[in-house]
Design a protein around this ligand. Structure first.
Ligand code: FE2
Ligand code: FE2
Length: 271
């Protein structure tokens, strides 16, 4: 079994800055990275699914890189709409063949047992919404055609489905229908892992289970009646994906230990 820890949307700010005067996003990112060493089951792979920093500035990437270095965690970066391709490439190690400069940051990672991770770049400079244009869709289908029998997970920032949370869905993904058609032609895809929504949600896209991870910084309010942009006081959270064969089981958990307790019936069973 491959265990993937997905840390999404950290929105790290420059050193000493606090998001909206409320959330120390750098501290929350560091807490999420602590899970790699402090969890009973060490993840085999850590994925950072976009919006790594908040404004794309050099100072923010410098802070992000410093936090990562102090943690000793090696992670696969994914571009989000708050990121800057050139700076991300400059400050974070990206796998070979992930392009250069302002080109979309896309790549494939071959992992043990013949499995593959395909990382897509759904961002378009200047837009909060996402784009999968013809070139990127062709690139995805070419990669999937290379190894049609290799169990594969696709990772991308913008989810290719509408969540029902109106103020987030207005920043959707152009090209989502075409992506669904590609996924439908490639049943070796076990799951699509996304960020951007700042909330855990699950849907099927082209018949493939597609998941958004919560944010390790702040969660979007579950507003299904068009009430407008709002965030909640929920803690930072991460997603854990257990990948066995063709199946993926996903969990979410807070980045900080909120305590645990044992019910009376379980205590009785122990005695
Ligand atoms: Fe985000
Ligand atoms: Fe985003």
């Amino acid at each position: 079994m491959t265990v993937i820890l997905q840390i999404s949307d950290p929105h790290v700010l420059a050193d000493g800055h606090v998001l909206e005067g409320r959330i120390d996003t750098a501290a929350r990112f560091a807490e999420a990275l602590q899970l790699v060493k402090n969890s009973p089951r060490t993840p085999d792979l850590v994925i950072l699914s976009g919006d790594l920093v908040n404004n794309g500035s050099e100072a923010e990437y410098r802070n992000l890189a410093s936090i990562l270095e102090r943690s000793g965690v090696h992670a696969l970066p994914v571009m989000g709409n708050h990121d800057d391709r050139e700076r991300l490439r400059q400050f974070l190690p990206t796998p070979a063949r992930s392009g250069s400069g302002t080109e979309p940051l896309q790549y494939v990672v071959d992992i043990p047992d013949g499995r593959r991770i395909i990382v897509l770049d759904t961002t378009e400079p200047g837009l909060h919404s996402g784009v999968l244009d013809t070139l990127r869709l062709e690139w995805l289908e070419d990669r999937l055609n290379e190894h049609p029998n290799a169990p594969t997970i696709v990772v991308q920032h913008h989810p290719p489905f509408a969540s029902g949370i109106g103020f987030m869905d207005q920043y959707g993904l152009d090209g989502a229908i075409a992506e669904a058609e590609i996924l439908n032609r490639h049943p070796q895809v076990c799951a699509v892992l996304c960020g951007h929504l700042h909330r855990p949600a699950v849907s099927t896209v082209g018949g493939i289970m597609t998941i958004t991870a919560p944010s390790c910084a702040a969660q979007v309010a579950l507003d299904l009646v068009g009430g407008g942009t709002a965030y909640t006081g929920e803690p930072g959270m991460v997603a854990w994906h257990l990948w066995t064969g063709q199946s993926v089981v996903s969990h979410t958990s807070p980045t900080v230990d909120l305590g645990s307790w044992v019910p009376a019936w379980a205590l009785e069973e122990r005695t």
